[in-house]
Design a protein around this ligand. Structure first.
Ligand SMILES: Cc1cc2nc3c(=O)[nH]c(=O)nc-3n(C[C@H](O)[C@H](O)[C@H](O)COP(=O)(O)OP(=O)(O)OC[C@H]3O[C@@H](n4cnc5c(N)ncnc54)[C@H](O)[C@@H]3O)c2cc1C
Length: 381
């Protein structure tokens, strides 16, 4: 079978890019090894839609995403669970990146604000007005009112459904085993069951931790990536949850999201272990304890909150500089890769997918993606 574009992976990136391509009349096939939202774009709880403390390179993408998120549910005619609750990044101690206390905070807020993420530096009193439950050690915070949360599973499924409705073929349970290359062009893919699909214009690898291995089948340039399984906990509070906004922390591995009046999601960079043979991740007891201890140190009222679920099964790709690679992978001229989102790819996905589709349809790299090009790993002469 021939298609104009073949996308590998039906997480939020593959589904959203297919939707944009299909609604503009392009013929697109999406091949997914498991099920839609079966990877990092699925699972319990919600994901943060956050510009606060995001790397400067990604802030123009977040600026665009701020415009797209509020209207996505209407465009997809489905609930995305998006809520603009605002985010607060707390700090307690002078630390690299925040040395100088409130003065450092103001400088960070100024920079973020200028790059499209409205941000205010808050002192202790102002933080407590927003989050009365924080511990006395909290000395200030960065407040970004346009940040929020969304239901990642619902959003990804809605995007895949919209892509199908617009004419894309999204084929589940079809792992891609290798790519086919002729000269510097990638001309198709071969599935694990031996089926060949030809691509007239481009093959797009939006398959997260599977991207580097598939690129290697056509001698694509090496990608400085590794696989990780971030830990996600949900806890139940005895009284009303003390957490009112999306909360992050400068010097603790902690992120908190309210899921309901008595339910919270606790994450922040803790990880499980990946079993290569089983192809699955699992939690580690000490990491669960560590993550809960950080939450309780910042919100003492969480002392008697009880753990409801703990999981570390959703593999995510991390990159050497904590930024994704979104580029045509050398030496090919038509293998587009978007991977390495390093635990923060969900929020910017609507923006990146829109730009990826534009790139594929026009042949011109959109300016906001320039900083994520592969050439940043090219040796200095
Ligand atoms: C616990 C956790 C918390 C997170 N929190 C946040 C957050 O708060 N904010 C935020 O912005 N981001 C967050 N992220 C990161 C974000 O969820 C990811 O960056 C994003 O979902 C990646 O989407 P994707 O489409 O690239 O990958 P995925 O959703 O993993 O999709 C890739 C798909 O490719 C398929 N695939 C792989 N190999 C093949 C193959 N060979 N053939 C066919 N299909 C293949 C997989 O089955 C998978 O379905 C979090 C991630 C995790 C795991």
């Amino acid at each position: 079978m021939r298609h104009r574009f073949i996308i590998v992976g039906a997480g939020i990136y593959g589904s959203a890019t297919a939707w944009h391509l299909a609604r503009q009349g392009a013929d697109v096939l999406v091949l997914e090894a498991g099920e839609v939202a079966g990877g990092a774009s699925g699972g319990p709880g919600k994901r943060g839609v956050r510009g606060n403390r995001r790397a400067a390179t990604e802030l123009p993408l977040m600026r665009l995403a701020y415009d797209l998120w509020p209207r996505l549910a209407e465009e997809l005619d489905a609930d995305t669970g998006y809520e603009r609750v605002g985010s607060l990044n707390l700090f307690e101690e002078d630390q690299p990146g925040m040395r100088g206390g409130l003065a450092a905070l103001r400088a960070l807020a100024w920079r973020q604000d200028r790059l499209g993420v409205p941000t205010e530096a808050l002192d202790e009193r102002q933080v407590r007005e927003l989050e009365p439950g924080v511990a006395p050690a909290v000395r200030g915070g960065l407040w970004s009112p346009l940040d929020g949360v969304a239901d990642h599973t619902a959003t990804t499924r809605a995007l895949a459904a919209a892509a199908r409705q617009a004419g894309a073929v999204v084929q589940e349970h079809t792992p891609v085993a290798s790519l086919i290359r002729s000269g510097n062009r990638v001309t198709g893919v071969v599935t694990r069951s031996g089926e060949t699909h030809e691509a007239d214009e481009a093959v797009v690898l939006l398959n997260n931790s599977g991207a580097a291995a598939l690129a290697a089948t056509v001698d694509g340039a090496p990608l400085p990536f590794w696989r990780m399984v971030p830990q996600a906990l949900t806890v139940r509070t005895t009284g009303t949850s003390p957490v009112r906004h999306l909360v992050g922390h400068h010097n603790r591995a902690l992120s908190l999201k309210t899921l309901g009046p008595h339910e919270l999601m606790v994450t922040g960079g803790w990880r499980g272990v990946w079993d290569e043979r089983a192809g699955a991740g699992s939690t580690v007891e000490s990491a669960i304890r560590g993550n809960l201890a950080e939450a309780r140190a910042v919100y003492p009222d969480l002392a008697d909150a009880t753990l409801q679920t703990a999981e570390a099964s959703r593999a995510e790709t991390y990159s050497a500089d904590d930024l994704p690679v979104i580029d045509v992978l050398p030496p090919t001229t038509n293998l587009l890769v978007g991977s390495g989102f390093s635990g923060h790819g969900f929020a910017i996905a609507p923006a990146v997918a829109l730009l990826l589709a534009r790139w594929l349809l026009t042949g011109d790299r959109p300016e906001p993606l320039t900083g994520l090009a592969y050439r940043r790993f090219t040796p200095v002469p």
